[in-house]
Every structure is written in structure tokens, then in C-alpha cells.
Design a protein around this ligand. Structure first.
Ligand code: SF4
Ligand code: SF4
Ligand code: FES
Length: 574
């Protein structure tokens, strides 16, 4: 129900029950916030959103105060501005002064707030929090001195991921954010998904960068520096580069990476086709033999770590197929190296991924062959964007180029893997080929698309009624995994990705990713699937050559050795 309220002496209409902040934002009145996150209930931790409400003596946090009849609100009175200014000055009094060198420089909400409130000098000099920077995680760095206690990381990790790595510790001026028993991140149950650093308003949480090492290797004449980029990258960077949001930049990306100096450019989409081909062969095998059902997906390294530490009894259910990043890494240092007559140790293999957990995955000891890592350095989408700026590349004046042989073709199914539900849709297309030798008559499985927490459907393939389920985000996965434990799940295959929406919303994607960007990215991917000729992984010509020339059968002896892995129970502090 709409009711009239008064804001800054003007009548506006607002919905009864919504918060004052929501009503103000809808009317185009901007009120600063630091702890609030879209889609989450308010905690009232920062008090930046305070306003004056007629009849109330104190200032009211607008993010939690509900709209009611006859409200009269003032949003920018001298008292309100002074209160906000004082809050920011107090935060700054306990904040390091190294903005120029901070990873969040020019992407920091505290910095923005200081500019907005015209804070140009340090009037309060408080005692600074002394804390060691935690560099122990392969993907995430934590600088507690820059924490402003907004609690966003705590909530995302608990409510979205269902992992609960962080919590508040101590009280009063000693309050802080800590992992279990205040240990470093690598001892914790953190799955390295990166969702907390995306929401952190300051430089307290940020990714561990590999830009320097990649640059050093690009200058080293003795090694061949090869790069692969994930299927989601091409649709995730356009807005950051001033192009139409969601535009597919595959061809431009190939040209950009060549200009940076990589000797070979490979699209990981090729390896996504290989992953689909292997994983569906594995699933066909399990369905025929009626063992280890439901098969759980294995592409997402954050989910895999979560399973190893919280659901180790389910290890046998998880597909053994490596992720596309690791499959291509393994093929570059074997098939490609052999074809091009390069020693694997002379190859430095870089991947560009939407995800900080990929940094962790590349360092798993199972991902090496004879002591040589399949992948040597992982960059996130954000690091790629920094590299593009560092090398002064203007994407507006660049022509599209092809990726390199022998991995330069892909199906549109490989691109679907970037969105939640896309892996299942792609998998079932090739599962039909493995189970019956025939193509599915209807390739588009709309019931698996969208953002619903759990999506389920059944597909008739020959004599089999195959049941598929998709889980949107790790938090939701916990529910379904408990059902499996209780023997209640009827699915043959369950797709689990840690980040809601899938890799297009990974923790390594541009900071400004919102619902609209996600829609643009998934639309670009589904449009591509509509218009491309090769829609199934098993018809990718480069994949057919790879199996004919090198691997033999899918899920055969050679591919099991190179492209499959194993899992183990992981002891962490829960
Ligand atoms: S990286 Fe993911 S799992 Fe780790 S603390 Fe952050 S949100 Fe939690
Ligand atoms: S680490 Fe960042 S997100 Fe977490 S409480 Fe501190 S400032 Fe907020
Ligand atoms: S945004 Fe309202 S209290 Fe933080």
C-alpha cells in the first residue's frame, strides 16, 4: 500500500513496510551506507545512513526504520551531515594512511565517503590497530588494520556460502573479525570463493595478485608463456572497458592477450567441451552400472574444498573429471608440448579465471605431473583488466583475432558452463550421445535455467529417465547434501557451483557486478547458444582430433590418467 510521507519538505509516496532507505533511494535521494548489502536484512552496524525523523530525539538509521503514516524526514540537515562526518573521521583515525598503495585505491567505499563528506584533513588521531597481514591463503589476503567492522564478509560467508569462516571476536574497542580460533585463513574452512572480498568496502580483504610474476615471465626469453581464459571472461569485461555491457569479446580478447605478449592464446571453452565429454561418459558409466549415484559435479574448486572438509563421506559421489582450467593445463604440457616439440618445463601456463578459488585449485598437489604444475599462475578477471591498462591497450581500436591451434574450436555448450544450470544442460546433450549414440531432440532445457535456488527436471534418454538437479550457491547445496545423506535424493546428477548465478558471478569478476550485469552476461551466453551451429561438446572438431590423435576413448586409460583426479578428507578448523 502506498502512503504519503514528507522528505526534505516535499511529499513523496512510499510503500508501507519498506525501509526509509528503500523509499529514499526509489525517490532518487542518496543516503550513504557502509554496512548495508542489497538483498540482505539490515544490521545497523555502521550508522552512516542516519536521518532526522520529526518527533524523534535521536538520529534514526534509515536502513532499518520502516515507512509509516505521516513520517517527516530530513536527510541532509547540518546535524545529520555532522554525524556522518564524525563517523567517517573516527573510522579514518584508526585506518592506515597508505591509500596510494592499497589494493582498493579508487575502489574503496570509505575513500568515497570521505570525499563525499569533504573530509580533507585528519582532525582526530586515534590509536591504530596493529595486526599482521594474513597472506597464508593462495587466493585471498587479509589486512585486519583496514577493517571497519561492517560485518559484510561475515554475512556473505554465512548466509550465501553457508561456510561461516569469519565471525566477530572480542568486544568494545577490541572488537575484530576473526576465523575460528583466530588462526590464519589457510587453517580455516575458507573455500577461497572470493565472495567476501567482493563485498568488503575497504582494502581489508583482497585477492593475492599474480600480475608481477606473469610480467616477469613475459620478459623471460627462455620460457614460452601461454594463456587460457575462461568462457565467462569474454562476456564479463565489456562494461569495464567502455563497451556494451555483456558484449561477447572473444575475438578482441584474443587480440588483447597477443598484444600483451602471450605466445599462445587458448579459450578454456575448448577444455569445457572436453570436461563435458569426460564427465558425461563418466555419468553414463555410473547410470549403466547403477553405482555412485547421484554424481556430483566437479568444476567448481570452492565446492570441492567444501565437500572435502564438510562432506568427506561424499567423496565417491563427486565426478573425478578435472575442471576445464586443469584439463587445459594438463593438455598444454602434454599434447601441445609434444605436438610443438617444446619441453613442458619450458612452458609457463597462465589462466585467466572469474574466481579466486582457481588460484587454490592450481596449487593442489594432485594437479601436477612428474613434479610439473599443470597451471603456473592464475589471474582473475580483475587482474586481467589491470594488465590491459598496464599495457596501454585501447580495445576500441583493435580487430578481432582467432585463438590458437590445436584448441581453437568450441561448441556453444562449452559457454553455457559459465551460468548456473549450464553445465547440466550441456552435459545431458552429450550424455544422450554416450548412452544411446543419438542426439537429444530438444537441446534447450529451460527448467534448468534461471536463478531459483534449486532447479530440477527429468530427461528421457533411451530407456533411462535421467533426473537432474541444479543448486544455485553453496549455501543452498548444504540442504541438498543433507538429503543425499538421508537417502532422500532421487537425482542422477547434481550441479553445484559455490557462487550464486555460477562463474559469471565469481569472486574474481569485476567489483561492480550487480543483477543487471548478471542478466546481461547470461543473456549473451544463451544468445550465443541460439545462433551457433555446433551446440554439443562431442561435435567440436578440435576435440575429435584430440581424442583421435592422443587420448583415445573418453573416460579411457589415458584420459583418466591426465584429465581425472581424486579427493581426500581435509582437516580444517571448523
Ligand atoms: S573466500 Fe568465501 S569461504 Fe572464504 S571467507 Fe570469503 S566468503 Fe567465506
Ligand atoms: S573485513 Fe571488510 S567486509 Fe569484513 S567486516 Fe572488515 S571491512 Fe567489513
Ligand atoms: S547502512 Fe544503515 S546502519 Fe549501516
Amino acid at each position: 500500500m502506498l502512503i504519503d510521507i514528507e522528505v526534505n519538505n516535499k511529499k513523496i509516496q512510499a510503500k508501507k513496510g519498506e525501509t526509509v532507505l528503500e523509499a529514499l533511494n526509489k525517490s532518487g535521494i542518496k543516503v550513504p551506507t557502509l554496512c548495508r548489502m542489497e538483498g540482505f536484512s539490515s544490521t545497523g552496524a555502521c550508522r552512516m545512513c542516519v536521518v532526522e525523523v520529526e518527533g524523534k530525539s535521536g538520529l534514526i538509521p534509515s536502513c532499518s526504520y520502516p515507512i509509516e503514516e505521516s513520517l517527516k524526514i530530513r536527510t541532509h540537515t547540518p546535524r545529520v551531515i555532522q554525524a556522518r562526518k564524525m563517523l567517517v573521521e573516527l573510522l579514518l583515525s584508526n585506518h592506515p594512511d597508505d591509500c596510494l598503495y592499497c589494493s582498493s585505491n579508487s575502489n574503496c567505499e570509505l575513500q568515497d565517503m570521505a570525499v563525499e563528506l569533504n573530509i580533507r584533513e585528519r582532525r582526530i588521531s586515534g590509536e591504530k590497530t596493529k595486526a599482521n597481514i594474513d597472506q597464508s591463503s593462495p587466493g585471498i589476503v587479509r589486512d585486519p588494520a583496514k577493517c571497519i567492522l561492517c560485518g559484510r564478509c561475515v554475512r556473505v560467508c554465512e548466509e550465501v556460502l553457508g561456510v561461516s569462516t569469519f565471525d566477530f571476536k572480542k568486544r568494545g574497542h577490541k572488537t575484530g573479525i576473526a576465523t575460528s580460533m583466530d588462526k590464519d585463513l589457510n587453517f580455516s574452512n575458507c573455500v577461497h570463493c572470493g565472495q567476501c572480498l567482493v563485498v568488503c568496502p575497504t582494502g581489508s580483504l583482497f585477492e593475492k595478485t599474480n600480475i608481477d610474476v606473469v610480467q616477469q615471465m613475459l620478459n623471460n626469453q627462455d620460457v614460452e608463456v601461454i594463456v587460457q581464459y575462461s568462457p565467462s571472461i569474454a562476456v564479463s569485461i565489456a562494461d569495464e572497458l567502455g563497451l556494451r555491457p555483456g558484449k561477447d569479446l572473444n575475438g578482441i580478447l584474443n587480440a588483447v592477450l597477443r598484444r600483451i605478449g602471450f605466445s599462445r592464446i587458448f579459450d578454456t571453452s575448448f577444455a569445457a567441451d572436453v570436461a563435458i565429454f569426460e564427465q558425461s561418459a563418466e555419468l553414463a558409466d555410473r547410470i549403466k552400472n547403477e553405482e555412485n549415484i547421484p554424481m556430483l559435479s566437479s568444476c567448481c574448486p570452492a565446492w570441492i574444498k567444501h565437500m572435502e572438509q564438510s562432506f568427506p563421506d561424499m567423496t565417491d559421489l563427486v565426478s573425478t573429471t578435472k575442471s576445464p582450467q586443469q584439463i587445459l593445463g594438463a593438455l598444454i604440457k602434454t599434447y601441445y608440448a609434444q605436438k610443438e616439440n617444446v619441453a613442458p618445463e619450458k612452458i609457463f601456463s597462465v589462466s585467466v579465471m572469474p574466481c579466486t578459488a582457481k588460484k587454490f585449485e592450481s596449487q593442489r598437489e594432485e594437479m601436477t605431473q612428474r613434479g610439473i604444475s599443470d597451471i603456473d599462475a592464475v589471474l582473475t578477471t580483475r587482474e586481467l583488466l589491470k594488465l590491459i591498462r598496464l599495457y596501454g591497450i585501447d580495445v576500441h581500436s583493435i580487430d578481432e583475432e582467432m585463438s590458437d591451434n590445436p584448441f581453437n574450436t568450441r561448441s556453444s555448450a562449452s559457454k553455457l558452463v559459465s551460468v548456473s544450470g549450464g553445465l547440466s544442460e550441456s552435459l545431458v546433450r552429450t550424455l544422450s550421445y554416450h548412452l544411446t549414440g543419438k542426439e537429444l531432440s530438444n537441446l534447450k532445457i529451460t527448467k534448468l535455467r534461471g536463478t531459483k535456488e534449486i532447479r530440477e527436471t527429468e530427461v528421457k534418454i533411451g530407456k533411462y529417465q535421467v533426473r537432474l538437479a541444479v543448486v544455485n550457491g553453496l549455501g543452498t547445496a548444504n540442504k541438498l547434501l543433507s538429503e543425499i545423506r538421508e537417502g532422500k535424493s532421487k537425482a542422477h546428477f547434481i550441479e553445484i557451483m559455490a557462487c550464486p548465478g555460477g562463474c559469471i558471478n565469481g569472486g574474481g569478476q569485476p567489483y561492480d557486478t550487480d543483477e543487471k550485469s548478471l542478466k546481461n552476461r547470461s543473456k549473451a551466453i544463451y544468445d550465443l547458444d541460439e545462433k551457433e551451429a555446433i551446440k554439443v561438446a562431442h561435435k567440436n572438431p578440435s576435440l575429435i582430433s584430440l581424442y583421435n590423435e592422443f587420448l583415445g576413448d573418453p573416460f579411457g586409460e589415458k584420459s583418466i590418467k591426465l584429465l581425472h583426479t581424486s579427493y581426500k578428507k581435509r582437516d580444517v578448523l571448523l
